[in-house]
Write a protein that binds this ligand. Structure first.
Ligand code: FAD
Ligand code: SF4
Length: 500
């Protein structure tokens, strides 16, 4: 399309749609006019080759954006889909074709993108892809001594009027987790998982990436809505009880698999939450599951996004525990470890760029934490590998929750655990070369050894933390502490050279 063609058409604005704003009712598209606005999507080279991204992730992001562009065209918009070195280079190309029109975008979802686009003169409208405006969250966080998610969540329930009557929580409790957190069930039949078929656009993207994607992820709003419906129909009722379990026979358990679509805009948190509560009101799902699910979305997801903006751009550089070990080879290749839990979880990530919350927290992050892996290297790996990764969500989840690099600004205590926890909540230990109960000896579980070694290495910091003092005190009961320290050194060397 030529400059003259666009100039004659009388467009007055360019609407920039980043690949995580794919929703016709949100952001700049909410008030768009197909006769005066031209829509621009830029596939930047930096986004594709800037890091060694998992191709499953690239496939999902690019194909979703291409499908979305096509949908907008069908609804009457003129759409420019430009491949360029950077987003800014793409905007420049668009202006060459269209003329020096103002560029509008919804507030981007990372500090970096926001400042790059602002410097280039892009004008922002409010980012309404979340349920909590950024200013409102800042007000809440600015008034808190410590940032307890549960406190934020209760305010959200009342503010959004969800599962509350006259300010009181449904069925008398705000949180039903005491009824959840069950270990993996025995002889349980998991419902069939939904698979997503591929169309011509998917095939083109797959070819351009030279990668055959799995059938795990939809690339259209229609597919995302099908995933939501499947979750509501087959999984919501069982979501709560097995939320924290990890099994050998089913990788997604009762999890919703909705994070990729919530994060790229294909579906909104408001519609997901409304649909789940509707199932509760129809008597089709119990409160302990519906409340747990609603908490993930209006609580955790909104809290993490709010904290990303509240904590500031430098937060991701923190390394409060002075962790400087290089990323372990097992993260790049699941066959580089004999630890069954780690090997299996990394192999799930290799296959489909996803694993649920507990493997992310209690296996991958726990390993990075107790081995003293450099937080930035671990953060980069997670950002490259996960289908749902984005700066705003990875930074607080990893730097704060996962590896405690922020010295407790987000979470009051580190999520460090030994083999006993993993043995209780997963089915990995039975098939493992190591024994979760042992902390010393050649067959000691590396998690158990390193858990104690981690407490020992940081006992001076943790002694002052009232939530950790009891665990640190436990070190005094270890008669084999000298042996354990020797074994921990062997384990760390073995993990670094791929022999453990
Ligand atoms: C170290 C670490 C890294 C993570 N990285 C990401 C990430 O890059 N992208 C991402 O979307 N989530 C991330 N999470 C949060 C969570 O693990 C995923 O959202 C969830 O596993 C996605 O699967 P699901 O959609 O089936 O979730 P479900 O278990 O079905 O939960 C429903 C929804 O709740 C939201 N949610 C729950 N917990 C969180 C949380 N801590 N932060 C933000 N949203 C949450 C998600 O939108 C999720 O889709 C991370 C958690 C940890 C501990
Ligand atoms: S024994 Fe230790 S390393 Fe092996 S699966 Fe269990 S927790 Fe993981």
């Amino acid at each position: 399309m030529t400059k003259t063609l666009f100039a004659k058409s009388g467009f007055t604005r360019i609407l920039l749609i980043p690949f995580d704003h794919l929703n016709a009712d949100r952001g700049v598209l909410k008030n768009a006019n197909p006769t005066s606005d031209i829509v621009l999507l830029v596939q930047s080279e930096r986004m594709v080759t800037g890091r060694p991204f998992h191709k499953e992730r690239l496939f999902f992001l690019i194909s979703s954006a291409r499908h979305f562009a096509k949908e907008l065209e069908k609804s009457g918009f003129t759409v420019l889909f430009i491949e360029a070195e950077t987003t800014v280079a793409g905007i420049t190309q668009a202006r060459e074709a269209v003329g020096e029109l103002p560029v509008l975008c919804a507030e981007p979802s990372s500090f970096k993108q926001q400042s790059q686009l602002a410097k280039f003169g892009v004008e922002f409208v409010e980012n309404d892809f979340f349920l909590t405006p950024r200013g409102l969250f800042q007000e809440w966080a600015g008034s808190q001594k410590s940032f307890v998610m549960e406190n934020f969540y209760r305010i959200q329930r009342v503010r959004l009027d969800l599962l509350v009557t006259d300010g009181k929580p449904e069925q008398g409790r705000w949180n039903f987790d005491a009824d959840n957190r069950l270990p993996p069930p025995k002889n349980y039949t998991w419902p069939e998982r939904l698979t997503h078929t591929r169309d011509e656009i998917d095939r083109e993207v797959s070819k351009s990436l030279n990668y055959p994607p799995t059938y795990s992820w939809a690339t259209t709003r229609e597919g995302a809505l099908r995933q939501l419906e499947h979750f509501l129909e087959h999984h919501l009722a069982g979501f709560g009880p097995y939320e924290d379990a990890v099994t050998l026979d089913e990788w997604s358990l009762h999890h919703s698999l909705l994070s990729p679509y919530l994060n790229n805009g294909l579906i909104t948190p408001a519609e997901v939450v409304a649909a789940a509560i509707n199932r509760y009101n129809q008597g089709e799902a119990p409160i302990e599951s519906v409340e747990a699910f609603v908490r993930q979305i209006i609580g955790w997801r909104e809290y993490i996004n709010g904290m990303y903006w509240f904590l500031g751009e430098d937060y991701k550089e923190l390394n409060g525990l002075g962790a400087n070990r290089k990323l372990l080879p097992l993260f790049a290749d699941s066959s580089k470890t004999k630890m069954n839990c780690v090997s299996q979880v990394v192999s799930h990530v290799e296959t489909r760029a996803w694993t649920h919350h507990i493997p992310r927290l209690m296996i991958l992050s726990n390993l990075a934490l107790v081995t003293g892996t450099n937080p930035k290297e671990f953060l980069d790996w997670m950002r490259e590998q996960f289908v749902d990764a984005a700066e705003w969500v990875m930074v607080p989840n990893i730097i704060g929750m996962g590896v405690h690099a922020d010295s407790g600004r987000l979470m009051t205590k580190p999520y460090a655990a030994g083999g006993a926890y993993i043995n209780r909540m997963t089915q990995y230990c039975k098939g493992c070369a190591y024994d979760p109960k042992k902390r010393v000896g050649d067959d000691a579980c590396p998690f158990t050894t390193l858990y104690w070694d981690f407490l020992d290495r940081h006992k001076d910091e943790f002694k002052k933390n009232h939530r950790m003092s009891q665990q640190v005190f436990g070190l005094n009961r270890l008669s084999d502490l000298p042996e354990l320290r020797v074994r921990a050194k062997e384990v760390l060397t073995g993990l670094s050279n791929g022999s453990i």
